[in-house]
Write a protein that binds this ligand. Structure first.
Ligand code: MG
Ligand code: ZN
Length: 216
């Protein structure tokens, strides 16, 4: 009985989230803003990737906004601002993921008329963000070779729902004894049509391939 109640409650929460995510998406599409939810563990390189991609998009004359989701602090927010991104800081305090309701409120602080692209950097984990779509065009999972070659096998759900998978820090793969091709193989098994892009954000490697997968 107890389990039935909690499952019903969870179902309602996810349903409400999906409904608000739909509104978020309508709002962004209505302004012709392309939007991306970047999910991945702490230290996978989400913020640096967003900084690099913003730099490339700026060169193409596109204006970039971002919502920096973190449990606490404004480190990522300040890095994004320094990179010329219209950034909004979103601290979840106790929550380990962003949800559509939090994003709906944060979007009110984003200058939507002044941006063409919106990045949302999710809180650093690969478990619960999978259940909470935010209303972006695409969901991008970032993992780093430093996390090991078993990341996909350990988190099948989130990889199954990904629109793009990024395997970052390929420059140090040999030093951590990880073969990125194993990660690619596992990802393709779970999600056969997903683009898997190998990047080295530190040195700006393969940013063009990632932008192409994102539709630029
Ligand atoms: Mg970050
Ligand atoms: Zn969570």
């Amino acid at each position: 009985m107890h389990q039935t109640v909690s499952l019903d409650m969870q179902h309602d929460v996810l349903k409400a989230n999906a409904h608000i995510a739909g509104h978020n998406h309508e709002k962004l599409v209505g302004r012709r803003i392309k939007s991306f939810d970047f999910m991945g563990g702490i230290g996978s390189g989400k913020t640096l990737l967003i900084e690099r991609l913003a730099g490339e998009l700026h060169k193409r004359g596109l204006r970039v906004g971002a919502i920096a989701g973190d449990v606490a602090g404004d480190d990522d927010f300040r890095r994004m601002e320094a990179a010329g991104i219209e950034a909004v800081n979103l601290n979840t305090l106790k929550e380990c993921h962003l949800d559509a309701n939090l994003v709906e409120k944060a979007i009110e602080s984003v200058p939507l008329d002044d941006i063409d692209v919106l990045f949302i950097e999710n809180v650093g984990n690969l478990v619960c963000p999978a259940d909470f779509p935010l209303g972006t065009d695409k969901r991008v999972i970032v993992i780093s070779v430093t996390e090991g070659d078993d990341m996909v096998r350990k988190h099948p759900l989130i990889f199954h729902h990904a629109d793009i998978i990024v395997v970052n820090k390929t420059d140090i793969a040999e030093y951590v004894d990880v073969d990125p091709n194993i990660i690619v193989r596992d990802a393709k098994e779970i999600n056969p049509h997903v683009p898997v892009i190998l990047t080295d954000a530190k040195h700006g490697v393969n940013m063009d391939a990632l932008l192409e997968a994102m539709g630029f």
